[in-house]
Design a protein around this ligand. Structure first.
Ligand code: PBG
Length: 347
């Protein structure tokens, strides 16, 4: 026998009722946002191979997709557009009849209570697949030691222009707000994008439209399936010039701090599962609502393993979402949303 009373944590684990009473974290339908991919065309529902259950939808198919989920308590959606034509500056991005603009109007008409968020970026709209406007073609590579054989290479890659891109992001945001978007979510990772968009929205009479900033968005391999879904892989290079280095924790707080100063209403960390420490850091430093994006690759891994019978899909999914909430997120953007709403209904 111990000479002191054993602390018995197991007393409160003895029954489902006791465990429910002392449970610290709960994921509910109110926390979940569903990403949707909308495209031009009619009657289209094109399944996305690497994201089972998800599809590119034409605007006229949105109601079929969202209706049953709204009945199950779906709170909000995050829209991504796939335009029929791409060009250097992504003109379809701010066109009145762009896929996203049409989708916003259709959803607000059919589901007035649904929170409609829109991703503001350029990669789905540009012919080169980058998130901003491209500088002139690449100058020659120059080697530091002069003979080009070895040593430090100073490769001048084409650069994604920051300030020129900001102007486009402002225009896109206003066009989304004009169509009726409830929340504008800039994801291009340009410096100053939140301030520019805030200004543009205010000038256009949308001072009441909130901004959900993709504040700490990392240059992640977990976006792979999304790029198939949105037809947006970069045609050269990667996004490391503007998205964050996965190794950087302190820099994530600097990014977030800047977005706060620029007027962001909601702060986002993305991806979620490999960055739970960042979610926790942001939670501890700011009192803003925090969103976490449980991205396409995180979803695809669970689906692939579940299809093979290697994991219990429902339990793994709920454990994942609970971990994101426990880390400090208030809002979880997740492709698991339809499944989770159905599980909640089944009980
Ligand atoms: C646009 C954007 C991307 C994602 C959300 N917004 C792709 C990217 O940055 O390459 C990824 C979302 C996901 O993987 O689910 N920039």
């Amino acid at each position: 026998m111990a000479s002191f009373p054993i602390t018995r944590l197991r007393r409160l684990r003895r029954s489902p009722g006791l465990r429910a009473l002392v449970r610290e974290t709960a994921v509910t339908a109110d926390d979940l946002i569903l990403p949707l991919f909308v495209r031009h065309g009619r009657g289209m529902r094109q399944p996305i191979g690497s994201m089972p259950g998800h599809a590119q939808l034409s605007v006229d198919r949105l109601a079929d997709e969202v209706g049953p989920l709204a009945k199950l308590g779906l709170r909000g959606v995050l829209l991504f557009g796939i335009p029929s034509k791409k060009d250097a500056i992504g003109s379809a991005n701010f066109a009145e009849d762009g896929p996203v603009q049409q989708a916003i109007r259709a959803l607000k008409r059919d589901f007035p209570g649904l929170v409609v968020m829109t991703d503001v970026c350029m990669c789905e709209y540009t012919d080169h697949g980058h998130c901003g406007i491209l500088s002139a073609p690449a100058p020659l590579q120059v080697s530091a030691n002069g003979n080009g054989s070895h040593g430090l290479m100073v490769a001048q890659m084409p650069y994604i222009l920051n300030d020129e891109t900001l102007e486009v992001l402002g225009r896109v945001s206003v066009s989304h707000a004009e169509a009726g978007a409830d929340i504008i979510a800039p994801s291009a990772m340009m410096d100053g994008q939140v301030a520019t968009i805030r200004d543009a929205l205010d000038d256009a009479g949308f001072a009441e439209t909130p901004i959900m900033a993709y504040s700490a968005k990392f240059a992640s391999a977990f976006y792979g399936p999304f790029r198939e879904a949105a037809e947006s892989p970069p045609s050269f290079g990667d996004r490391a010039q503007y998205q964050m280095d996965p190794a950087n924790r302190r820099e994530a707080l600097r990014e977030t701090q800047l977005d706060v100063a620029e007027g962001a209403d909601i702060l986002m960390v993305k991806p979620a599962l490999p960055y739970l420490d960042i979610i926790r850091d942001v939670r501890e430093h700011f009192d803003h609502p925090i969103a976490a994006y449980n991205v396409s690759g995180e979803y695809a891994m669970v689906k692939a393993a579940a299809e093979r019978g290697w994991i219990d899909e429902r339990r793994v999914t709920m454990e994942t979402l609970t971990s994101i909430k426990r880390a400090g997120a208030d809002i979880i953007i997740s492709y698991h949303t339809p499944d989770v709403l159905k599980w909640f209904k089944e009980g």
